[in-house]
Design a protein. Sequence first.
Length: 190
Amino acid sequence: MGTLLPFKGVGTLLHALARTAPHPFHVLGDGESRSELERLAGELGIQDRVVFRGFLQGRDLEQKLAGARYAVVPSECYENLPYAAMELMIRGIPVVASNLGGLPELVRDGETGLLFPAGDAGALAERIERLWTKAELRQELGARARAFVHERAAAELHYRGIMEMYCRVSGGGLPESSSSSRCANPAAPD
């Protein structure tokens, strides 16, 4: 679902998959590191079970995601608002993510997904095995992830939070209403 670049952590993911039981894994996305990652999969002996699907969108993407037991967001950079994680979580797909940047704000370890130390292939392999073998855990984490995104990251809530911040820093108090783009200025004369 993303761009295959070195800092996205897909190399760590491949090293982790080489330590897990042999089950299929699909890498969705494309980018400058794809050929290097495909070569690494071959060197690790997992090329028969790791399929690089390239960039998918629309119905093709939805079909792949509909069959996912879990997803991995192994980023090794500090992403602010990891959209891929939100897209997976809103679909009820449990996510294993690195503990960097904004990921732990969405993927709460043991609550809405599982976290692992960024770059730690052994820890990632353990989290993958746990999700692969425990259907009940996948269902629980997926349901909580979907609810979390609906409750905490809905568009209206996001907008309200941004407007509250803008109003505070502008000295205008709080927004006049939940849909208002104007700040109520308690110090302004009538």
